[in-house]
Design a binder for this molecule. Sequence first.
Ligand code: GDP
Ligand code: MG
Length: 177
Amino acid sequence: YGDASQKVDYVFKVVLIGDSAVGKSQILSRFARNEFTLDSKATIGVEFQTRTMVIQHKTVKAQIWDTAGQERYRAVTSAYYRGAVGAMLVYDITKRQTFDHIPRWLEELRGHADKNIVIILIGNKSDLEDQRAVPTEDAKEFAQQEGLFFLETSALQATNVEEAFLTVLTEIFNIVN
Ligand code: GDP
Ligand code: MG
């Protein structure tokens, strides 16, 4: 964990978007620091966290941006999307509304970001299977239609978080190489 003290071959900016309380900040915390907080407060003013990893013998610094609680006001600015080569579109599998809002987020993303941006749809809180409100198949089908990668994650149990980031970063890596 942490940053390797070696030269960096690539810096990839990836943005997290989706409704409030779906777990964006905890997904980032799990990925960047391997930490999780059950009663996390709404994010205030955080910009990004980084983690350096090796992909096909190259050092890649992932710079992951988290919305500073702006998601409530639909006030994510174009500066947030600027230079992003990857995006993680997050909903909560126990809150149908957060999935129903995904097309809007996608529209916003496509309006602001580079057209070649790599996007993964993430259904978070997969540990709460007994409260599931979004069938995996619905999300899978939507992702397929829209040409997005898709995974269900649990930031709490650290399930698929690493895989989700690796999916995006490896795809970006393959595009630039
Ligand atoms: P954000 O507003 O999208 O950044 O959401 P947060 O990361 O602040 O998380 C909102 C709430 O959901 C917090 O109470 C988290 O502890 C909780 N949470 C986040 N990820 C998970 C998860 O994978 N499973 C469960 N059970 N709770 C989660
Ligand atoms: Mg947050």
